[in-house]
Design a protein around this ligand. Sequence first.
Ligand code: BTN
Length: 329
Amino acid sequence: MKKDVLETLKYNKGSFISGEELSNRLGVTRTAIWKHINQLKGEGYEIESVSRKGYRLVGEPDVLNQHALQMELQTKVIGKRIVHYDTIDSTNNMAKRIAGEGGDEGVVVISEEQTGGRGRLGRQWMSPKGTGIWMSLILRPSIAPAEAAKITQIAAAAVASAIRYVTGCEAGIKWPNDIILQKKKVCGILTEMGAELNSVNYIVVGIGINANVDVALFPEDIKKIATSIKACVGNSISRKELVLQILKEFEALYLDFIHTKSIGKSVDICRAHSVTLGNMVKIINRDQTIIAEAIDLTEEGELLIRNQEGLVEKVISGEVSVRGISDYV
Ligand code: BTN
């Protein structure tokens, strides 16, 4: 019922709605409405109450815990259980621990801060407190280990679509795992798994988004290649709204993959928003760098390049980094 009261206030978008109308619409007494309003206030919702006018929602808390998210979550599986920390070494580490102990598909681990956030290829991931989205999803698809990289493409498609939806900004995807705003990285995805030789036991997909991070805090070398949504939009965004939208978009694309065994829908999104395709790129693989034209993505989400001899080759995401010729993108 509290959820219904909140939804009605939200639907009214900042206008007043009387206690009587709320009680009629929701079929409960005005006293019950008043109790739910007080509970919502206690949870950080700013609700103005004016006699003879009623109630009006003026602000929402930007909290990422189970309670706050579950009230508005629109998914069936992903986020059924949300484990929220104030501080932790890495949400991927914790998600792997939970998965190793039998945690279900759909568990989401979120932390306000990470003290040992990890990126791809053994890099560190800066995760300051309260301003970013540092979260990891546990999945248990029946797939072969070689298919795990498909989950990165699903996540990239979901995050780019969600950022576009929530902020209106033109988020791009730098294959295989970066989300780009204004030519700089705003989000990275780290997909890890627990597997036998032929089958995946669990997959953990870690998503790090510099949502409201103050870019002035980035070290000089990072400032050149990274940004935050706040720096691009000019004001703080609701992390909660973005997390809810990502989980919704991710679930739709992931379930489509499970049912059809194809990541075609995600690949279409990755193609449409790609900042890699059509450009000359540097493919960096350990100590070898080649320059090639990025021409397309396969239906499996691998990158197709035309090398300098004119031959078309497939690049698999595992160990490579892709960079622009002179810039990050
Ligand atoms: C990359 O671009 O190299 C991937 C960065 C992934 C960072 C996220 S933050 C949440 C999750 N926990 C981690 O330790 N890493 C991922």
